[in-house]
Design a binder for this molecule. Structure first.
Ligand code: COI
Length: 352
């Protein structure tokens, strides 16, 4: 296995960045990590200046969408120590996604060495204080110049970083999908495959025109069961019970999602992981037992949903009370992520 090469930049661009105004994912740090897959092995792990890469126009990623990614965040505590949250889970998941897209697995040593060295170089970009984080985007693309429709023999694995505040700038209301689908049985819905996201853009743009920010996808067969929002897994609070759909080959196994379920268990909050029907949520809305809907994800953290629409049925969620679940879970997660609370499940990973 080849050794990591680090070519650090002489002049950082950090002084030109306004950290108080950070639209999500538009500002990138000084460096990036890359590693190439050629002749059946991953070689040339390198950290170099962030910037454009050159690819042959026939690279298979452009034609067949052979691309997978991850979303992670780094946090800093008051002592300037840097932490990741459950990074092993991201590592496992990118390889699970890669496997489904016939992309070779990435070695664990390269992933963690590249990631941690990159974060140490970019430590000034990680600001202290809740709400500040460095969003980390590992991804793999098929680079082989060849347009025959088969798996590539050459790939590039990269990690880029973007200082982040919140993902959704404003209020989020959703449409429950009735026509379009995000994923189907036996498909790639569980993978963080680039195409899963691109395929949502058009239906989501139609939702935007109606004043809704996101779609909660329903099962492709019947459109009767609520699955996930594409950028987030989804939770429903009915009375005091927290309900979410089980993961499947159609739904992303969200790391924030499973952390919320564990925190609920730790705090004696009743949970039900089972198919959630559109009909029962509309019924709960009508009879007053639907108290909250929120999304969970790395980028979004915990994002309350203020209203939903399904056909002609429109509903505004009640105003959040003091003991609302979305604020509770957001605080509980953030306290662990920013090293402000006990980490009884060893989710925090200190970067050294
Ligand atoms: C994440 O939450 O990290 C994701 O990958 C979702 C993406 C749409 C920002």
């Amino acid at each position: 296995m080849t050794k990591l090469t680090i070519n650090s930049v002489k002049n950082s661009k950090i002084d030109h960045v306004n950290f108080n105004e950070l639209p999500f994912g538009k500002v990138f740090t000084d460096h990036m990590f890359s590693c190439d897959y050629v002749n059946g092995e991953w070689v040339n792990p390198t950290i170099s200046e962030y910037g454009p890469i050159s690819l042959d126009p026939s690279a298979r990623v452009f034609h067949y969408g052979q691309a997978v990614f991850e979303g992670m965040k780094a946090y800093k505590d008051e002592n300037d120590d840097i932490f990741l949250f459950r990074p092993e889970d991201n590592f496992d998941r990118i390889n699970k996604s890669a496997h489904r897209l016939a992309i070779p697995e990435f070695p664990k040593e390269f992933f963690f060495e590249g990631l941690e060295q990159l974060l140490l170089l970019e430590k000034e970009w990680i600001k202290t204080g809740k709400g500040n984080s460095l969003y980390i985007r590992p991804f793999v693309i098929a680079t082989q110049p060849a347009i025959s429709a088969s798996p590539a023999e050459e790939y590039k694995f990269m990690i880029i970083c973007s200082p982040a505040k919140s993902y959704y700038a404003g209020e989020v209301r959703v449409i429950f999908a009735e026509e379009y689908s995000r994923s189907a049985n036996g498909g790639v819905g569980y993978a963080k495959a680039a195409g899963n996201y691109g395929a949502q853009f058009y239906p989501t743009s139609l939702a935007h025109k109606e004043g809704y920010q996101q779609i909660i996808w329903t099962d492709a067969n019947t459109h009767e069961y609520l699955e996930e929002a594409g950028t987030m897994n989804i939770f429903f609070r009915v009375n005091d019970t927290l309900i979410t759909a089980p993961t499947s080959d159609r739904i992303l196994d969200g790391i924030t999602r499973k952390s919320v379920l564990q925190l609920a268990k730790d705090n004696n909050i009743a949970t039900e992981v089972r198919p959630v029907s559109v009909a029962e949520i509309k019924e709960a809305a009508n009879n007053g037992s639907l108290k909250e809907i929120f999304g969970s994800g790395t980028a979004a953290v915990i994002n309350p949903i203020l209203g939903f629409k399904h056909g002609d049925f429109k509903f505004e969620l009640p105003a959040l009370t003091d003991n609302n679940y979305s604020s509770f879970f957001k605080k509980a997660l953030n306290d662990i992520q920013y090293n402000l609370a006990e980490d009884k499940h060893q989710w925090r990973h200190k970067v050294t």
